[in-house]
Design a binder for this molecule. Structure first.
Ligand SMILES: [Zn+2]
Ligand SMILES: [Zn+2]
Length: 256
C-alpha cells in the first residue's frame, strides 16, 4: 500500500497541516486541514474516510470536502467511518444545519451524498485489498487507532492518545508491523500538559514503545508548530535507537 502524508502537524502554519493520511488514492485516515493539499481530481477519487476521534483538527475537512464534491457524490456517497460517539458529535455539532448543512440528508435521505457509518473498536472493514481494524486508545474523548493490513504488510496510525496498553497489545498480535505513525504532541517540559490533554510526550511515548514486540519504522506526528525539532530530538533521546524514528512532514510518501 501507499501512504501519503497530507497533514501531520499539531497545528497550522505555512506548510503545516493537521492530521490526514491517504492510503493509496481512495482512503483517508482522518480529515484535518491536510485534505486541502489535494487537487480536485485527487479529491474525486476519495471514497472512504476513517476518523479516529471528534476533535476539530481531525474532522474539519469533512464538511468542506462533501460540499466541494457534492455533484460527484450524487452517484456514490462518501463513506465516513467513526465510532458511535464520534458520529453523534458530528451530527449534533457539525451537520446540524447551523454550522453546516446535513449532507446525510442531501439531496435527500434515500440517496445522501454523505453516509456516516458506525464502526467501533474491534471492527474490521475491508476496502478492496486493504483490511482496516479500529482499536481503542486513550484520549480525552472516545478515540481510536487504525491498523491497516494489505498484501501481508501492516501499517498502524495511533490517532491522538496517551499511555495505553490496548493498542500495543493488539499490534503484538499481528505477525508484523512495517510502519507506524504515532503522535507526540508535547515536549518533555510539557509532560503535565500531555497527561492532562491525554497526548504523548517523548518519555511517555518511549515507555509505551517498550510494550511493542515488533521492530518498526516509526513516523512521529502531531508535533507542536515551532517546537518540532526540539520534540523530535527528545523522542530520539528517549527511544535510544530501539526503533528507527522519522520526523514526518507534509507530502511525505511511503511504500509499505
Ligand atoms: Zn484530539
Ligand atoms: Zn489532534
Amino acid at each position: 500500500m501507499k501512504l501519503r502524508v497530507l497533514g501531520c502537524s499539531g497545528g497550522i502554519g505555512q506548510g503545516l497541516h493537521t492530521s490526514s493520511y491517504m492510503i493509496d488514492d481512495d482512503i483517508l485516515l482522518d480529515a484535518g486541514t491536510g485534505v486541502g493539499e489535494l487537487s480536485l481530481e485527487e479529491m474525486h477519487r476519495l471514497k472512504h474516510i476513517f476518523i479516529t476521534h471528534s476533535h476539530m483538527d481531525h474532522v474539519l475537512s469533512i464538511p468542506l470536502l462533501v460540499d466541494t464534491l457534492f455533484a460527484d457524490l450524487l452517484e456514490q456517497p462518501l463513506l465516513v467511518y467513526a465510532r458511535t460517539e464520534t458520529i453523534k458529535i458530528l451530527k449534533e455539532h457539525v451537520f446540524n444545519w447551523q454550522l453546516w448543512p446535513d449532507f446525510t440528508e442531501l439531496p435527500n435521505k434515500e440517496n445522501p451524498s454523505l453516509k456516516l457509518v458506525e464502526m467501533n473498536p474491534g471492527d474490521v472493514v475491508d476496502v478492496g485489498e486493504r483490511c482496516i481494524e479500529m482499536v481503542n486508545v486513550n484520549h480525552t474523548v472516545p478515540a481510536s487507532a487504525y491498523i491497516v493490513e494489505s498484501e501481508g504488510k501492516v501499517f498502524a496510525y495511533s490517532g491522538d492518545t496517551t499511555t495505553n496498553d490496548n493498542l500495543w497489545n493488539r499490534l503484538n498480535q499481528y505477525p508484523r508491523l512495517d510502519f507506524m505513525v504515532v503522535e507526540t504532541a508535547f515536549s518533555e517540559e510539557e509532560i503535565e500538559l500531555a497527561r492532562l490533554a491525554k497526548h504523548y510526550c517523548p518519555s511517555l511515548l518511549a515507555q509505551d514503545l517498550k510494550k511493542l514486540n515488533h521492530k518498526a519504522k516509526i513516523g512521529v506526528s502531531h508535533l507542536k508548530p515551532g517546537d518540532e525539532a526540539h520534540i523530535f530530538r527528545q523522542c530520539n533521546d528517549q527511544v535510544k535507537g530501539e526503533h528507527e524514528l522519522c520526523h514526518l512532514v507534509t507530502d511525505d510518501c511511503f511504500q509499505i
